[in-house]
Design a protein around this ligand. Structure first.
Ligand SMILES: C[S@@+](CC[C@H](N)C(=O)[O-])C[C@H]1O[C@@H](n2cnc3c(N)ncnc32)[C@H](O)[C@@H]1O
Ligand code: SF4
Length: 333
């Protein structure tokens, strides 16, 4: 699948729930949220069908996200079914990390169960090492759970674990170096993400915004010039660097300030309420739930996918201070 701008689509992000056990200010401010009605959420079978359709058209990597995906009942069974799909070699999960130590019926941690299911990469959000600040950012005092979750994930043997840190002036700019040291000690890839305008204006004011350029300068003032690694890519739009003198990779995701951000975009998103979304930063989304439930054939659904890809914009609208009506939690970050 290739769109009119040469974006080749190989990556589907599947949001399996809009629910979450945290209330991050930039994603789901507590006072605003209403859960989607349960019948409006795709069943796992429906999601698997959409993934298979996507695969017939070139999708080779799926990331399960949310909301918090580990809050949905049956998530391990779903992930297990995904990894069993022939030809789908790369299944990842994005999580806030708070539930990774929860024991499954088999008595192992959720982290181990995910690895045993065949999940290759885990992305875990961690904006700060300070418990008090963590509670302020996420609305929940679950920092110890996340640290234990990260420990469980590292011992579960995933080929790749990334920590994601959203940059926020006044909230975590003093945490960049401690987070780098934290990641170094555990062999994890740390990525810094620019705040995107998908939540309330109060959180997204210019005062709170910190660019990846500024974060990079701050890091370089301590470690020296970072060494670019243009040859290293994960599936997303991050640029990676090595810290000089040590074997540590860090990444930067600059949706707002990197003007080439969208050029290599390979993604489509499936929202938990059954919309295919060609771009996170554009209001366009297309209802695939209705045709799915109305008995559309595989070939009709394939055509639906191709039509969505055809509508993929050249780039996102964030820089025009676009504010979609939906919050990140409902789109699937
Ligand atoms: C929506 S979350 C879903 C998965 C999981 N609950 C988690 O927190 O990782 C996916 C990612 O989006 C990021 N995110 C949410 N809102 C954001 C925003 N306004 N700007 C930038 N990143 C955001 C989160 O920090 C997280 O790394
Ligand atoms: S970023 Fe993740 S943990 Fe935070 S509210 Fe959004 S979905 Fe929940």
């Amino acid at each position: 699948m290739e769109d009119r701008y040469g974006h080749r689509i190989s990556y589907l992000r599947v949001s399996i729930t809009d629910r979450c056990n945290e209330r991050c200010a930039y994603c789901m401010p507590g006072e605003l949220h209403e859960w989607l009605p349960r019948e409006g959420i795709l069943t796992f079978e429906e999601m698997l069908r959409v993934v298979r359709i996507g695969m017939a058209l070139g999708v080779s990597k799926v990331r399960v996200t949310g909301g918090e995906p580990l809050t949905r009942r049956g998530v391990l069974g779903f992930v297990g079914s995904l990894t069993q799909i022939e030809g789908l070699h790369d299944v990842g999960v994005s999580t806030n990390g708070t539930l990774l130590t929860r024991k499954t019926e088999a008595g192992v941690t959720t982290a181990s169960a995910l690895r045993e299911c065949g999940v290759r990469s885990l992305n875990i959000s961690l904006d700060t090492l300070d418990r008090h600040r963590y509670a302020q950012i996420t609305g929940r005092d679950l920092h110890p759970d996340v640290l234990e979750g990260i420990a469980a994930a590292t011992s579960a043997g995933f080929p790749q674990i990334k920590l994601n840190t959203v940059l926020m002036r006044g909230r975590n700019e003093d945490q960049l170096l401690p987070l780098i040291e934290f990641a170094a000690g555990r062999g994890l890839i740390l990525r810094f993400i620019e705040l995107m305008p998908v939540s309330t204006t109060e959180v997204l004011s210019e005062e709170n915004f910190m660019s990846i350029g500024e974060a990079k300068r701050l890091i370089e003032s301590h470690y020296g010039a970072l060494i670019p690694e243009p040859g290293f890519r994960t599936n997303g739009p991050a640029s990676y660097y090595q810290i000089p003198g040590r074997n540590q990779r860090i990444g930067f995701i600059g949706a707002m300030t990197n003007l080439h951000f969208c050029e290599s975009c390979n993604k489509l998103r499936l929202t938990c309420d059954g919309n295919l979304r060609p771009c996170l930063g554009s209001a366009l989304e297309f209802d695939i739930l209705t045709p799915l439930r109305a008995g559309a054939t595989d070939s009709e659904l394939r055509q639906f996918f191709l039509d969505v890809v055809d509508r993929k914009p050249q780039q996102h609208d964030f820089r025009e201070s676009y504010q979609p009506g939906r919050k990140m939690i409902a789109i699937g970050g």
